[in-house]
Design a protein around this ligand. Structure first.
Ligand code: 475
Length: 754
């Protein structure tokens, strides 16, 4: 059937009218149903082994455009709509963004599902269906507040299935039901699934408010992603969630294994489980338990599970390395306790070194240690991060199991992060090198032949301008921000965390502000854009957001500064905002303290869209620098070796850095009369004290070099042709960071799917 006929039938059937008589919502709904049906008809990829990607988060973003793209319908649908004077972007703006993720780890999982399907590999995602997701960020009096984000729509992307599994949570018996989102693969003709488990019983329907009773498991198990874990009840709730996810997921794996005609003791021949950070680590003892129920001995079960499980580490931050008191597991999943004790004893018998123990002297379970002993693969997410894991953080493990460790540098799907989010740039690329880069992103290197082509370079600058204009329109209509599209767009978008050092960027803003106040004007106005959420219980991150919102307000009120410098913080930053911000960015801020950012993936997206990086030699920035060469990136700051030595020797002295005259006046501005008149004195002075005396992530160590390097970048920006060359080299060299490449490597080295 013709596409137009199919859409006609759908709108007739559902709304009793022809497409051109439908309103935007109806037309959107018809296209959703079309995509859902087409994806549902696609066969699953086949292979001897099947991958299950277990993750607490899948940060999908809006689905319509990317589903149509994978189905080969994107351009036909756009053309069809254009023929009626309608626009796919307008229709898609109706779609609420699924709120199933938080940051890089969740977005990586979404990029991976896209690439796994595109490569035709058999692999499904396994996660939870959080009804209110993370939270919706609302600014009120220059502070972040949190509201539930009810993103689920009737008749949306979720496909109900007949799968249901019993799960015992302490002394409560619940049923996990499974919903699916189809994941069609671009160019593969296949579709995988993202399985999202939820509570079955409507009497147990999730709770609606945000101040819920955390003890009421039945009502809030799948309410929120990362419920506040600053107290015991919140932490217990996380353990309940984790166990619910892995128990249902493990039962799914064994059910499918049986349906494929394989015996439980051949698990590892037919199944590989990728454990995305430690949140799903309890899948290990749960599978051991279920295999023992099916007749395997403990040792045989443990061996099968070890040969099936692979672990990805995403962070070396101590506070993110999960350890659960055994007493929590005794409460939430008592059936796992004897298994965990046996797994611990078996590991201790072979490796008595207390540094590698699963259970420590306080009876806490170290989830990463469990993954490393009882998995066959451990990977970091960028070369530097993997090296730090091997030589520092996980060295005792690497000495025992050197063969388990490998690097898999992250990647991003160019289908979402170039093809659908930056159409002006895509047209330019197509005109230069044709369409082949879609199948093989390394082909973007073909752009290098245009590095000195004035026509291409000036078109590149026009494309960037178009994207900046588009962003300005959007920020105006959605958030009432009116920005200057002819200014330089300097963008830092990511979760708020002290190690990512948004506070250092804020100090640079203060520097620019004081310069303008002193009559030293920049060559061109600058707009510093921020976006990101702070975890509700992360007090210091919230102080940093407050500082930025106060600076924004201060500058808005100042007619002397406002024409030259603006600060704009996007409210409720999410994937959808990223898709508008990244194509519009000139300068990409990747300024984490070296050694702390495992990889970063935003850095890759910016690069592919022609932004130039201002960054530390951290995470994947190191690899970006290697690919583009030093003249096409701005790096600064202490090296990871220096930082690691400062921590090891406890020799970082924030007070000494603070007392440098240029630094002191920037830091003291936090408690200046101007700022105190706008903000909350308690919040600003807490941040001020912390910066002077603790500065755990060493913002004051790097701030001067940072300000100097940013000034250099802004100077270079004025030579427009030379800047356009830098943009072009960044785009041309970004192909390495396609998640198709990353997934090929996972498959070749870890999964061996087909
Ligand atoms: C890294 N999230 C990025 C990205 O590999 C990296 C942890 C605990 C609880 C909740 N969320 C988390 C993360 O650790 C996370 O998102 N890590 C990020 O993973 C993908 O690119 O450098 O910070």
């Amino acid at each position: 059937m013709q596409l137009s006929e199919e859409i006609f039938q759908l709108t007739q059937q559902h709304f009793g009218r022809a497409p051109d008589q439908c309103d935007d919502r109806q037309l959107y709904q018809a296209l959703l149903i079309l995509a859902r049906q087409r994806a549902g008809e696609r066969p699953a990829p086949t292979g001897e082994r099947k991958l299950y990607y277990f993750s607490a988060e899948f940060l999908l973003g809006k689905l319509l455009s990317n589903q149509l793209l994978a189905l080969g319908l994107y351009q036909p649908v756009k053309d069809y709509l254009a023929g009626m004077g309608r626009d796919l972007g307008v229709l898609e703006s109706m779609e609420p963004e699924p709120s199933l993720g938080n940051g890089g780890l969740g977005r990586l999982a979404a990029c991976f599902l896209d690439s796994i399907a595109a490569l035709g590999l058999p692999g499904d995602g396994v996660g939870l269906n959080y009804h209110f997701g993370l939270f919706r960020q609302v600014f009120s009096r220059c502070k972040q507040t949190e509201e539930p984000d009810p993103w689920l729509q009737p008749d949306g992307w979720l496909i109900p299935t007949r799968r249901a599994f019993p799960v015992s949570l302490g002394n409560t018996q619940v049923t996990a039901v499974m919903y699916d989102i189809a994941i069609p693969g671009a160019g593969s003709g296949c579709a995988n699934r993202l399985h999202l488990f939820d509570l079955a019983d409507p009497a147990h329907a999730p709770w609606v408010g945000i101040d819920f009773d955390k003890g009421d498991i039945a009502h809030n198990l799948t309410s929120f992603l990362y419920p506040d874990d600053s107290d015991r009840a919140g932490r217990l709730l996380r353990v309940y969630q984790q166990y619910f996810l892995v128990s249902a997921g493990a039962q799914l794996i064994l059910a499918e294994l049986e349906e494929r005609g394989f015996a439980p003791d051949t698990l590892a021949d037919h199944v590989v489980i990728q454990i995305n950070d430690t949140h799903p680590s309890m899948v290990i003892p749960e599978l051991v338990r279920l295999l023992m129920d099916r007749g395997l001995t403990f040792d045989r079960a443990a061996d099968q599970v070890t040969a099936a499980c692979a672990y990805t580490n995403h962070t070396i931050l101590a506070e993110a390395l999960e350890t659960w008191p055994m007493s929590y597991i005794q409460t939430a999943a008592p059936q796992l306790v004897p298994i965990l004790r046996r797994l611990d004893q078996r590991a201790k018998a072979a490796h008595p070194d207390p540094r590698v123990a699963i259970l420590d002297g306080e009876d806490r379970v170290h989830m990463a240690h469990l993954d490393i002993h009882y998995g066959f693969s451990v990977n970091g997410v960028a070369q530097l991060h993997t090296d730090i894991l091997k030589h520092t953080e996980l060295k005792p493990f690497c000495d025992i199991y050197p063969q388990k460790f490998s690097n898999k540098t992250n990647g991003v799907t160019f289908r979402r992060w170039l093809e659908t989010c930056d159409q002006p740039l895509v047209s330019l690329i197509d005109d230069c090198i044709g369409p082949d880069w879609r199948r093989d992103a390394q082909k973007l290197e073909g752009l290098l032949q245009f590095q000195h082509d004035p026509a291409v370079l000036s078109r590149l600058l026009e494309v960037k301008q178009q994207n900046k204009d588009r962003l300005c329109r959007l920020l105006w209509s959605e958030q009432g921000l009116d920005l200057d599209p002819s200014s330089v767009f300097d963008v830092q978008i990511k979760r708020f965390h002290e190690y990512k050092r948004q506070q250092m960027n804020a100090l640079a803003v203060i520097h620019q502000y004081l310069e303008i106040k002193a009559g030293r004007l920049p060559q061109r106005p600058v707009t510093v854009l921020f976006g990101g959420k702070a975890a509700p219980a992360y007090v210091m991150a919230k102080h940093i957001i407050h500082l930025i919102l106060c600076l924004q307000k201060l500058i808005e009120q100042d007619p002397q500064v406002r024409p030259w410098l603006r600060v704009a913080m996007v409210e409720n930053y999410n994937v959808t905002w990223a898709e508008a911000l990244i194509p519009a960015c000139d300068l990409s801020e990747q300024i984490s303290l070296a050694s702390k950012e495992a990889s970063g993936t935003g850095n890759m997206k910016f690069m592919a869209n022609g932004a130039v990086t201002l960054g530390t030699m951290d995470g994947a920035n190191v690899e970006i620098a290697g690919l583009v060469g030093e003249e096409n990136i701005y790096t600064f700051g202490a090296s990871s070796d220096q930082v690691i030595a400062l921590y090891r020797d406890r020799s970082y002295d924030p007070r000494a850095c603070y007392h440098r005259p240029q630094v002191e006046r920037l830091v003291d501005f936090l408690v200046s009369p101007e700022l105190l008149a706008i903000g909350d004195p308690a919040s600003l002075s807490t941040l001020w004290h912390d910066m002077k005396s603790k500065d755990w992530f060493m913002a004051l160590l790097d701030v001067e070099d940072y300000i100097r390097t940013k000034a250099e970048a802004l100077r270079d920006y004025e030579c427009r042709t030379a800047w356009a060359e830098k943009m072009l080299v960044n785009i041309a060299r970004s192909g390495y960071f396609s998640s198709d490449r990353t997934i090929r490597q996972y498959n070749e080295d870890i999964w061996h799917l087909n």
